[in-house]
Design a protein around this ligand. Sequence first.
Ligand SMILES: NC(=O)c1ccc[n+]([C@@H]2O[C@H](COP(=O)([O-])OP(=O)(O)OC[C@H]3O[C@@H](n4cnc5c(N)ncnc54)[C@H](O)[C@@H]3O)[C@@H](O)[C@H]2O)c1
Length: 351
Amino acid sequence: MQEIAAPYFGPDACTAIDELVDEHAGAGVFVLVDENTKAFCHPLLVARHSSLRNARLIEIPEGEKAKNFHTAVAVWEQLSEKGALRDSLLVCLGGGVLCDLGGFTASAYRRGMPFIMVPTSLMAMVDAAIGGKNGINLAGLKNQIGSFTQPDSICIVSDFLETLPSRHILSGYAEMIKHALIDGKSFESLKKISPVEIATSLSLIRQSALIKLDIVKQDPLEKGYRKVLNLGHTIGHAFETWSAMHSPDPVLHGEAIAAGLICEAFISVKHCGLPVSVLDDVVQLVMTHFQKTTFYTPAGNELIEIMLHDKKVKQEGRINFTLLSNPGSPLIDQYPGEALIRESLHYYVNL
Ligand SMILES: NC(=O)c1ccc[n+]([C@@H]2O[C@H](COP(=O)([O-])OP(=O)(O)OC[C@H]3O[C@@H](n4cnc5c(N)ncnc54)[C@H](O)[C@@H]3O)[C@@H](O)[C@H]2O)c1
């Protein structure tokens, strides 16, 4: 079993990057970027770490649509053409898409090369870069191929967020709401802080990232307890997949999760006795910051179909949820049934 990688923050993260780059300099260091992180983050990285000036760049297209097998093959081909060895280091400099895909390609290249996560989006800092889950999408379905492989380090430097578009700040904020609901202790304080304040506060980012780390440590391979992190994701992933199939401007992961949190809080009230006041808080928080994503009535059946194809569905074909009985009290392996799922979609659409 691999040791769970704990994130370094701020100056400690910079020191960790320098040490790992020095360690692997002989075998070669590669920096994986997308078109945006190449333009906005790579100059900052190189300015801070002169040892990375000679590292070779591998560029992938930005965004969820690039999180697929073709991009993974292109990364493997470039690593091979540029002479990457088994001991070479891959620095994943990007958002959640790049961290997921970079971790996956590194975990398989020559049966596993060292890699570090240098997350540049809020989503990646508080969530995607932590926990060792990596992967790519298949046939429009999220994260169907991947592995559990821990990075050699996770280095979180919040300055990268200065160039992250506000829509993507909000997307990461949705996962912070989820972490606060699971943890319970930080939910009251999160309610009072705007997403912009969060993006400039390394201590809030650290708090959220450490909630995820603590959960992952208790269940690294998602055999049980780690499923608490699926709160908002059963319906959220279905929204995301449906939107990618139908919309010219698909919702972002976090936007879909924000909508999923409302639906699943609604189900939690009916199925697990979550106080209505908490549902009201979630609705208030999400509706204040996120544009409403409307899912037309015919999508109800399609959404249920998508959920039935989701990896969280149990063998009996029932749709599995993580729900809440209170902030701080998540419940895994809940089966509220299709009627209540439909009711929650109806509730969301009519808000
Ligand atoms: N592995 C996990 O545990 C886990 C957890 C949560 C989310 N995820 C995955 O993360 C992905 C979403 O991640 P995301 O929201 O970061 O999206 P993303 O990786 O697509 O990044 C968002 C956009 O911002 C750009 N960008 C990133 N950093 C920037 C910066 N500092 N300045 C300017 N532009 C920047 C990117 O190029 C992209 O266009 C999804 O695929 C989701 O499944 C994985």
